[in-house]
Structure formats: structure tokens, C-alpha cells
Design a binder for this molecule. Structure first.
Ligand code: GLY
Length: 601
């Protein structure tokens, strides 16, 4: 049912769906004080408390290919593959494996992810290589005898892992669309693991931060430790060489044997043995039976754009389209970026969408997910009837909508476009930073803690504060719900934007804002990435925002209408995106909030 391609002419359908009076903003919203000159957004506000951008980084331009990822080494790998004659899928596969070496906090072979692919002719595909619950998993496996959640059990250690999907996903993608040999696209990752790479400062800090956990969860192992001394006296520093000999051997097995190099033989034996030793659940049989799934993309119009995004098992695509549809009738450009009315409409959209996520979304191979109804204008109109300019809607009064008959910030995203215009948008993860922190003995890679993305008990929030229900309950072989939102936009039938980010529950709202920053506020791709972000997820009923994202006027106006606002001490999103400019040049935009890097030529 959700496998149908869903196409709507959004504007025509939803115009009139929202009562006209509701498009009238309260008088506190001034008309826009921003202007666009030569496609570059300029913020003009007399309020010095606003700094719309995290940094003034400018995008990387190229005509022949672009790769934007979380790590400079991985982006360079992708670029080299493109230059060697590989297409976007070859480069994406090479980047996924390179990230598994140079970005162990989220890049992975022990996790899973989602790929949205649009070929040069405009045909779109999505690949679900999300992890699955092991065959011995049970609905209440994280509850004690009184039915209470056992803290940390779904987050840390062997029991927290689902059956990894990344290797099979890459095998599938390459088999169907790759041009270069499998061995060639694997080689850069093998080299990075065997010869080592120089840690960035962020890499070093990340590994130092988890040293205590590494020692506790992996007794007797020395993976990712500069020294096994318990005290923090010997730690990693920027420029240190990280060599991963066992991981290099694992990658060579995958290089030589394809999926069998991971799901069977030595790697599978080591993984299953690790699980037995640590009282985890994954067996060799679970590994052998894992397969990634091609799914029909969700596609929908937003004004003159066609949005191609990920269907369930991720909630990201459905939620993104719901939010875009809620806000489409409103004159955001006229109101201006992060003006009170703009923000109010967006918060109210986010609130309703996350309530729906909790109620309806889960693995479509196990539960009926009413995708087309959830993004239909009639349904969305009904969901908007309690919207009021005067007052924030109370999340306690917002439940998932009614349909007749009837989710660490340490994920990672990368975007690739090749010379021909083939485009790949991939978000992949171990879930929390460094996943379960279990390193497979003899194989040298981190396992995911993706089981926490299930609703371990209805109504009890997961590590992202997301609440779920029966639709996302644990069952053997079932995929846990995700928020990952790899997305591609077309304009006039041509490739326009490749977008995505990590950020757990904040992924969807960051993607949403980044897209609107370009198409509604006229920002360049890099400006849209640099722009400060905010987030609301229904529960808890508050809007978090990056420092400087809102002017005092916006804060006062929103607070006056009952919105609870909380300034973050950390940041939102680590976007890696590509925009095709009107002259056909690619603008690669990487997030200045971390080591993200765009490389193009
Ligand atoms: N593990 C985060 C997500 O899939 O949404």
C-alpha cells in the first residue's frame, strides 16, 4: 500500500484546505526585512541579537561532480572515485565504507541506513537497509518483571543491537547501479583502515570521550584506545594516526566475497561469537537471512518542486511532506526567515506531525502505515482546525490524527552528484554515538544500538525523547522506526537539491528548515546549511533553538502566545547537501558545525 508512488499537485490540492483566515498573521509580524541579490540571501534586521548563520562558510562549486560528507577523508574518497570514472552510486558506496573507517561514531558497517537515488533520467529509487530485530527479540525484552523499562539496556552493550544492514545495502546498490568494480570502490576504505589516517581534533575528542565505556564494555580489547591505561593520562590528539588492522581484514573479506564476506564465514562467526560472550541475541542465522529492501519512493509536489523522499521504515519522508504541506499555503517569504509568524506555523506543523509519527509509523512489512492518508489534504485540513494565531496549541490536546479504518545526534548523512546528474542521498547510522560501544572482537567494528529506536514500552520516550506505540513495538525480524530523511528535490523535472542530516529526532525538522531556507527564503545551499535552526517534536511541549536563531521580537511574540522556548547550548543538524544552480553548477554545502566537508570538481 505504501509501495505506491504518491504524486500530488500540492498547491492545487491544499490551497483552500486551510481556512483563509488562518493565513492572516497577527500584526506583530512585520513584512520581510530580508532581500535577495544575485541569489544570495541577505539578512537585514536592526536587532543585533540575531545572527542567522552559524558561520559564513561558502559553498564549494563544481561542474562535474560533488560529494558532501561528515569527514574530509571520506569526501576525498568519493571525489577520487568520481574522477576515476565512477558514478554517484560507486562514489556513495566508497563513502559509506570510508566513513566506517574514519568516522566510527556514526559511519558504519555494524549499522544501517537509507538511500534515495535519482538517476540522470529522473527515475527515483529508495533502498531500506535499516537494521532488523534479531530472531530471538521479544516485545518486552527491555522491561523488568514489573513491566518497567530497565534503564540503558536498549542503549548500551550487546543486547542493544539490531542485525546490521549497511553491507547488504551497499552490495544491493552497487549490484544494481554501480559502474566500477566492487573491489575498486572498497579499496580506499581498506587502505584507510590498514595504513591509518590522521585524526582530526573532533575525532580525537570523540574517542577520548568514550574511553571509559570502551574499557567497560570491551574488556581485554584495545580497539580505539591509544592506551589501555584506565586513567585519562594517555589520550588521542589531533594528527595521531589511527590504524585499524582487524577492520582492514574485515573490509578485505567484504571486498573479496561481497555480502558473504560479512553475513557468512569469518565475519559472521566473529559477530555471533561476540554476541554469545556478551549475552546479545544476534546469531549467524540472523545475519544470513538479513536482506536490504528496495521500496517505492514517496514523491509529492511542493509548489514547483517535486520532493522525492524515504518511505517507512523511516518516518522522515512522511513527516517532511506533512510539514511542507501544512506550511505551503502561508507566505513565509513575505513574513521573513524566523519571524514569529513563520516560526509559529512551522512549530504547529511539527507538533502535529510528531504526534502522528508516534501513533501511526512503523515497519511497513509488519504494520499497515497509512502513508497516502497521512499526507492527504483532507486529513491535513482536519489536523489544522485547532490552529490558532492567538495561542500555542497544547500538546496534551494533540493526539495522532484519526484515519478511518485504521522517532544522539550521531547519525551521518552524505550527498553525491556525478557529472551525468545521477544523485544519491544517504543517511546511515549506529544510532547513538559509537552505537552500543561494543566492538566486534577480531573484526574491529562498532555495533549499533538501534534497538532503542523501537518503542520499548508504549508511551515511554526513547533516547531522543520520542514516544511510540504498538506500530513500532519490537518483533523478531522487524525494522525499528527511523527519523532519517534522505531527500532529493526536482525543479522543472530536473535535479535541484540533494539534502539530509543526522540528528535523531531533529533530522526531520532540520531537513524541513533547510529546504525552506532555499526555496522560500532564497538562501544559497551553504547559507541554508549555515542558518540557525529550531525544533519541536510534540512532546516535550517546547521549542528548542540554536543560540541566535530568534530575535528578541520573535521570542517575545511567541512567548506571548504561550510558546515555551529553550535556547540550546549545543547545535542542531550537520547537513551535507548539493544544490544544482540555474547554470548547472553544483554547490556543495557541508555543515560548519563539525568536520563536514564538500569536495567537487
Ligand atoms: N537512529 C536514529 C534514527 O534512525 O532516527
Amino acid at each position: 500500500m505504501n509501495q505506491r508512488i504518491i504524486r500530488y499537485s500540492l498547491w492545487l490540492l491544499i490551497a483552500g484546505a486551510v481556512p483563509a483566515c488562518k493565513t492572516q498573521a497577527p500584526s506583530t509580524t512585520a513584512s520581510t526585512k530580508v532581500s535577495q541579490s544575485q541569489g544570495v540571501y541577505q539578512y537585514r534586521d536592526e536587532d543585533p541579537s540575531v545572527k542567522p548563520f552559524f558561520s559564513d562558510r561558502v559553498g564549494v562549486m563544481g561542474r562535474n561532480g560533488m560529494v558532501a560528507s561528515a569527514h574530509p577523508e571520506a569526501s576525498q574518497v568519493g571525489l577520487n572515485i568520481l574522477k576515476a570514472g565512477g558514478n554517484a552510486v560507486d562514489a556513495a558506496v566508497a563513502v559509506q565504507f570510508a566513513l566506517a573507517v574514519v568516522y566510527p561514531g556514526a559511519g558504519n558497517i555494524g549499522g544501517g541506513g537509507f538511500m534515495v537515488y535519482r538517476d540522470q533520467a529522473g527515475k527515483a529509487y529508495t533502498l531500506d537497509y535499516r537494521e532488523k530485530a534479531p530472531g530471538r527479540a521479544t516485545q518486552n525484552m527491555y522491561l523488568d518483571s514489573l513491566g518497567n523499562v530497565i534503564p540503558g539496556l536498549s542503549i548500551s552493550g550487546h543486547l542493544a543491537s539490531g542485525v546490521p544492514g549497511s553491507v547488504d545495502g551497499m552490495v544491493e546498490a552497487h549490484k544494481r547501479f554501480g559502474k566500477l568494480s566492487w573491489a575498486q570502490v572498497l579499496q580506499p576504505a581498506v587502505d584507510l583502515a590498514a595504513k591509518g589516517f590522521a585524526l582530526t581534533e573532533r575525532d580525537a575528542l570523540g574517542l577520548n570521550r568514550i574511553k571509559t565505556d570502551l574499557l567497560k564494555i570491551n574488556p581485554g580489547k584495545t580497539y580505539f584506545l591509544k592506551s589501555a591505561a584506565p586513567a585519562d593520562t594517555i589520550s588521542w590528539h589531533k594528527g595521531d594516526l589511527l590504524v585499524q588492522a582487524d577492520l582492514a581484514k574485515t573490509l578485505q573479506r567484504i571486498q573479496g566475497q561481497g555480502r558473504a564476506g560479512f553475513y557468512e564465514g569469518e565475519t559472521a562467526r566473529l559477530l555471533a561469537q561476540e554476541m554469545v560472550q556478551g549475552k546479545g541475541l544476534i546469531t549467524e542465522e540472523d545475519l544470513k537471512s538479513y536482506h536490504a529492501t528496495w521500496r517505492e519512493p514517496i514523491q509529492a509536489k511542493y509548489k514547483e518542486y517535486n520532493v522525492i523522499t524515504m518511505p517507512p521504515t523511516s518516518s522522515g519522508g512522511v513527516a517532511l511532506l506533512q510539514m511542507m504541506r501544512f506550511t505551503e499555503p502561508y507566505p513565509l517569504r513575505k513574513w521573513g526567515w524566523n519571524r514569529d509568524s513563520t516560526v509559529q506555523v512551522m512549530i504547529e506543523a511539527e507538533r502535529r506531525v510528531y504526534a502522528d509519527r508516534a501513533k501511526f509509523l512503523g515497519d511497513p512489512d509488519f504494520v499497515k502505515v497509512p502513508v497516502s492518508q497521512l499526507i492527504s489534504p483532507d486529513y491535513l485540513r482536519n489536523r489544522w482546525t485547532d490552529f490558532s494565531w492567538a495561542k500555542a496549541t497544547d500538546s496534551r490536546n494533540v493526539k495522532g490524527g484519526m484515519i478511518p479504518g485504521y522517532e544522539s545526534l550521531e547519525t551521518t548523512h552524505f550527498s553525491v552528484v556525478d557529472k551525468e546528474g545521477n544523485a544519491v542521498s544517504i543517511t546511515t547510522t549506529l544510532n547513538g554515538g559509537y552505537g552500543s560501544r561494543v566492538v566486534i572482537g577480531g573484526a574491529g567494528f562498532f555495533m549499533n544500538n538501534e534497538m532503542d529506536d523501537f518503542s520499548v514500552k508504549p508511551g515511554v520516550p526513547n533516547m531522543f525523547g520520542l514516544i511510540g506505540n504498538q506500530a513500532n513495538a519490537i518483533a523478531p525480524g522487524k525494522r525499528m522506526l527511523s527519523s532519517m530523511t534522505p531527500t532529493i528535490l526536482e525543479k522543472d523535472g530536473k535535479l535541484f537539491m540533494v539534502v539530509g542530516t543526522p540528528g535523531g529526532s531533529t533530522i526531520i525538522t532540520s531537513v524541513y528548515q533547510t529546504i525552506l531556507n532555499v526555496i522560500e527564503h532564497g538562501m544559497t545551499m551553504q547559507q541554508a546549511v549555515n542558518a540557525l535552526k529550531f525544533h519541536h517534536q510534540w512532546l516535550p511541549d517546547k521549542t528548542t533553538f540554536e543560540n541566535g536563531a530568534f530575535s528578541e521580537a520573535t521570542i517575545q511574540a511567541l512567548q506571548g502566545r504561550g510558546y515555551m522556548l529553550e535556547k540550546l547550548t549545543n547545535t542542531l543538524g550537520r547537513m551535507d547537501c548539493v544544490l544544482v544552480r540555474p547554470d548547472g553548477t553544483y554547490e556543495g554545502a557541508s555543515d560548519p558545525r563539525a568536520d563536514n566537508t564538500a569536495r567537487g570538481y
